[in-house]
Design a protein around this ligand. Structure first.
Ligand code: URA
Length: 236
C-alpha cells in the first residue's frame, strides 16, 4: 500500500493532504524520514510518526475511552460536551462511532469503532453482549433486591421483565453509598438506574467496567483513550 494511501486510511486528511504530509517531511517510521508518498509499504504492524506523534496503523479502528462524567454520547450534544471531543482528529475523520451509549453522568468503558460489522454485532439487541456495571446506591442493597434483580423486574414501557445475568455485592462504592455489580445482556435506556429504582433503591453513581470480553484498562485515566488489539477481538 502506498504510504500516502496508508495515511489517508488512518484519517490524516484528504488524499492530497496526506501526500503533502509525506512529501513535506512530516512522516517518519522507526526514526527514519519517509518522504516519498508513493513508497510501497505493508501497513500491518507499521507505526507511523506523523508530525512528531506516533500512530500505530490499524486498518479498522477499535478504541476504548474511559468516559468521564459530564459528557454526552452524541455527536450533537445538548447540554454537555460530546464524548467525541475526547478523541483525536484522525479517528473523527474516520467516523468512528460509539458502541452504544452511556448516560451523561455514567463513567467508564465506552468503545468506538469504524468497523460497521462489529458495531452492528455489538449494538444489535439480538446479540446480548454482557456488560458489567458498578453502581453506587443510596440504600443498602438487600438480599430481596438482589433476588428480584436476578429474577426479573418490570420496567415502564417494557413488554417483558428484564433480569440481570449476574448481581453481586461490589465494595468500591464511595463513602456512605452501597455497591452492587450488575451484568446485563441488554442495553435499554437508563436500564441500571431503572432496575434499581424498580426494586426500591436509587443509583447515585454508575460506572461500566466491562463490555463483553473487554475490561476498562486499569491504567486508562478518565477522559483518556487507547487502542484495543483489533476488531478481530470478539466481545461475545
Ligand atoms: N444503565 C443506565 O442506567 N445508565 C447507563 O449509562 C448505562 C446503563
Amino acid at each position: 500500500m502506498k504510504l500516502a494511501q496508508i495515511l489517508f486510511s488512518q484519517g490524516f486528511g484528504t488524499r492530497r493532504a496526506c501526500e503533502g504530509l509525506v512529501a513535506g517531511g512530516y512522516v517518519a517510521i522507526d526514526g527514519v524520514l519517509h518522504d516519498d508518498p508513493s513508497e510501497d509499504l505493508a501497513p500491518e504492524g507499521l507505526v507511523l510518526n506523523v508530525e512528531g506523534r506516533d500512530w500505530p496503523v490499524h486498518l479498522k479502528a477499535l478504541v476504548a475511552l474511559n468516559k468521564p462524567a459530564g459528557y454526552e454520547c452524541s455527536k450533537k450534544p445538548k447540554h454537555h460536551p460530546s464524548v467525541y471531543s475526547l478523541l483525536p482528529a484522525p479517528l473523527l475523520r474516520r467516523d468512528v462511532q460509539a458502541v452504544g451509549r452511556l448516560d451523561e453522568d455514567t463513567t467508564g468503558l465506552l468503545l468506538f469503532t469504524d468497523d460497521g460489522q462489529l458495531l452492528h454485532r455489538w449494538t444489535s439487541p439480538r446479540h446480548h453482549v454482557p456488560k458489567v456495571y458498578d453502581a453506587s446506591c443510596k440504600h443498602p442493597v438487600t438480599p430481596e433486591q438482589f433476588a428480584r434483580l436476578l429474577a426479573g423486574v418490570v420496567l415502564l414501557d417494557e413488554p417483558e421483565p428484564v433480569r440481570a445475568l449476574a448481581a453481586e455485592p461490589w465494595d468500591g462504592a464511595a463513602g456512605g453509598l452501597h455497591g452492587i455489580r450488575l451484568t446485563l445482556a441488554e442495553g435499554k435506556y437508563h436500564q441500571v438506574k431503572r432496575m434499581l429504582a424498580a426494586v426500591g433503591n436509587r443509583v447515585e453513581a454508575l460506572h461500566r467496567s466491562r463490555f463483553g470480553k473487554l475490561a476498562l484498562p486499569a491504567d486508562l485515566a478518565p477522559g483518556a483513550w487507547c487502542w484495543l488489539p483489533g476488531t478481530h477481538v470478539v466481545a461475545d
